[in-house]
Structures are given as C-alpha cells and as structure tokens.
Design a protein around this ligand. Structure first.
Ligand code: ZN
Length: 431
C-alpha cells in the first residue's frame, strides 16, 4: 500500500532578509539578551535539580513556572509569551537530544551565540466572542506593500520590513524565526505548510526517492521493490564452485591454467550481466522520473562492515548511481544525492527517531503508529531530503527550528528533515 500524495504535507522554510529600524533592532537585541538569560536559567534549574535531588524537570514544569519567573524578573514581560515558551522548548530539545545520545550534555549559551528567537504560531485558534465558534486569528500580520518589500507586524516588537523574494501563502504560515547572523544582518525564516502535491504540480516533475539496500537492491518512494537479480546469485554460486576446483589443482599445471581461464570467463559474465542489469534499471528510473534522489553513500565506510561487504560490492550501488547520473544528464532529468543520516531511523510520517537493527525489516513508529516496510520508510525520507533541492526552500519539521538555535545546538545540517504531524499515517507495507 502506498500512501496518497494528498496526505503528505511538508513544512518548507523560506529565509528572507530583514531590515529592522534602529529602534526595532535595539528591541530585538534586547529580546535575545533576555531569552539567552532565560535559556541559561532553565538549563541551570534542570542541572541543579538533578544534581541535588536526582529530579528530572520537564518542559511543562518550566512552562508553568513562567508566570512566577515574570514576577521575579519583570524584563521577561517585554518578550512575547509564546517566544518565551519556545525558548524553554529549546532547552527541552537540547536535553532530549542528549538523552537520545545525539548531542553532548547541554551547555550554557553565550550571548554572542544566542542568535535567534521563534514565534511558534503565526495563526492562533480562538473562540469567536459573539458566536463562540473557533476561528483563526493572526498572531503575526503580514502587510503587503507595492514592490517586493512587506512588513511583518510582530507582537510586542513592531513592524519589521523584509524583502519577499518569493511569494508565500501567508494563510499557511506556521512559524516565524528572527535570526541575527554573525555579520550583524537580520533574517526572517518563515515555515509554510505545503502539500506535496502542490510542490509536484509547481515543479511539473516526477520525483522519486530511492533507498539502496541489502534485501532489496532498490526501494522507491512509489512503493516499488527491486530485487537483486537472481541470475547473478546463480552465477556467483558457480563462481564459488569453480574457485574450489581451482584450489585443488596444482598451481602452474595445464589443468590449473584451464581452470583459471574458466574462472575468468565466469567473472566476465558476472561483470557483464551486472552492468547490463544496472543499465536497464538506471534507464527505467530515468525514463520514469525527472528528479531522482539517492543517498550519498559512503561506500568505503560501508564496505568496512565485513558481513555486508560482499553484498555491497556485488550490489553495484555506486555503479547504479553513476549510470543513472549520466543517463539523467542526457535525458534532462536530475539525480540528487542527499545526506544519508537517519534516513532509515526517522519516521517518514512524523519525524520521530526509531532506532533499528539491521535485522528489523519493519518500521514501527511508537509516536504516530505508522507501520511500513523499513526500506520504503527510508525511500520516503530520501525523497523528502531530495525535494529540498527541488523547491529551493528547505523542508523542515514541526519540531525542528530549521534556521534557529534549534535544540540549543546548531540547526540541522541540511535544514532538511521531517513532514508535519498532520497527515494520515500510511499503514502496511507496499508491494
Ligand atoms: Zn511516526
């Protein structure tokens, strides 16, 4: 079963240059100062609680103590409450990353390294005062001007001028992050929820993500499973048999020479058959798709894993990518190689990281309940990463600060990760 594309939603992050007035810049610097202090305070609180009482402090605990903090430190009232909450969220993320062994123990941040803050909601659900019906109200307003400049009305800050080099649908904006670059320039990162279908329509391209694997040679995000060719396995068995025969013959004898020749012929047949198969497969891929994403495999590194070594060498992953790449050039298609980190582990539906051993064939997400073939899940993640190249925007997750401080660390390296949480989970394995 493959999921329908209408169900898949992405968060794209767009980065725009901002031009704050002198006063606004002063206010934003002030916010960074206040937020940096809050960040370090929240961090210290967790550290101390653990050290002294072996107590774990949660995000919700820290969020609930915000009003009390505000009473003690009235400066906090200068900052929008959701931005304060987001700051605490960053502390929480830093600890979660540490617990998952993905990062070192969170450290205090220097003011010079605390460079961004996030409004986690552009639109807020509220009840209509008259009718009581739920309605959406803007937390941040977008004021359009003639030309390419627009104003963002940031609560408690004021009007921020930005250059909108790409049109965005404001009704679907999700978060706004204000960022100060080391150069002193300011940027605004806006995440917008987009349906995959729309991206594809706009791109007018057929896109695919391909996972190369041990069990299946290739698994596509369209739910195609391409097996390692059987005839190669047969030839390889024969090769082994003939090799044994060779070892039993006296080195340098006529029979030994004959046997060696026989072996060389099988080697050649295998080489040719494999090349032939990979040519056909790459032809099929390039004919079927305009935009093909592979993982940027570090084959050398993989081959060091001895149990896998033979399969990988035989599978010809590298050759397949090479063939597809040059065929794509001639056909006007594109082959993209994406960062392979966590493509197998991350849930393609909600982004939750689900560690797996090589033996686990199924991806089962405890977070959103998605169940699907392991390789199919990976192919969807590879597609998602590849799409970032296609859209020019960055594909982010609901829980990732695509261009902010992230979870207290650096923003995700490619700024590419998960879809939003709002979709139906595909269940069952395709094929
Ligand atoms: Zn999930």
């Amino acid at each position: 079963m493959s999921r329908t594309r209408e169900e898949i939603k992405f968060l794209l992050t767009y980065k725009f240059r901002a031009y704050p007035s002198v006063l606004l810049e002063y206010k934003m610097e002030n916010w960074l100062y206040i937020l940096c202090n809050l960040y370090n305070h929240a961090l210290e609180e967790r550290k101390r609680a653990w050290k002294e009482e072996k107590k774990t402090i949660t995000y919700s605990h820290q969020q609930n103590s915000l009003p009390e903090l505000k009473r003690k430190d009235p400066f906090l009232k200068l900052v929008h409450s959701q931005v304060l909450q987001d700051c605490l969220r960053r502390v929480d993320n830093a600890f979660q990353k540490f617990f998952r062994k993905e990062a070192k123990y969170p450290k205090k941040k220097k003011l010079s390294r605390y460079n961004s803050f996030t409004f986690p909601q552009v639109w807020m659900k509220q009840k209509d005062k008259l009718t009581g019906d739920p309605k959406l109200t803007e937390v941040i307003k977008l004021e359009r001007k003639n030309g390419r400049f627009v104003y963002l009305h940031l609560p408690k800050l004021g009007k921020l001028k930005i250059r909108l080099h790409k049109q965005i649908d404001w009704t679907r904006a999700k978060t706004v992050t204000i960022k100060r670059e080391p150069s002193g320039k300011w940027y605004v990162c806006i995440t917008v929820e987009v349906e995959l279908e729309e991206i594809l329509r706009e791109a007018q391209e057929r896109v695919v993500g391909i996972d190369l694997g041990v069990k299946n040679l290739a698994t596509t995000s369209e739910g195609e499973f391409i097996q390692h060719p059987k005839f190669l396995q047969k030839l390889e068995k024969r090769l082994k048999r003939e090799q044994k025969k060779l070892s039993r013959k006296k080195k340098g004898s006529t029979n030994w020479e004959k046997q060696k020749e026989r072996l060389a012929k099988i080697h050649e047949r295998i080489r040719n058959a494999r090349r032939d198969f990979l040519h056909k497969l790459s032809r099929y891929l390039v004919d079927s798709y305009d935009h093909i994403s592979f993982e940027n495999l570090n084959i050398k590194e993989l081959v060091q894993n001895i149990s896998l070594a033979k399969l990988i060498l035989d599978a010809g992953w590298g050759t397949l990518i090479t063939f597809a790449t040059y065929k794509a050039v001639m056909a006007g298609a594109r082959v993209v190689r994406v960062d392979p980190s966590y493509t197998t582990q991350d849930c393609s539906v909600c982004g939750f990281r689900v560690p797996k051993t090589l033996a686990e064939r199924l991806h089962e997400c405890p977070e959103c309940g998605a169940v699907m073939d392991r390789d199919y899940n990976a192919s969807l993640n590879i597609l998602r990463k590849g799409l970032a190249h296609l859209t020019g925007g960055r594909v982010g997750a609901t829980r990732t600060y695509a261009c902010g401080e992230g979870s207290g660390g650096a923003p995700s390296q490619e700024g590419v990760s998960h879809p939003s949480l709002k979709q139906e989970s595909p269940r069952g394995s395709p094929g």
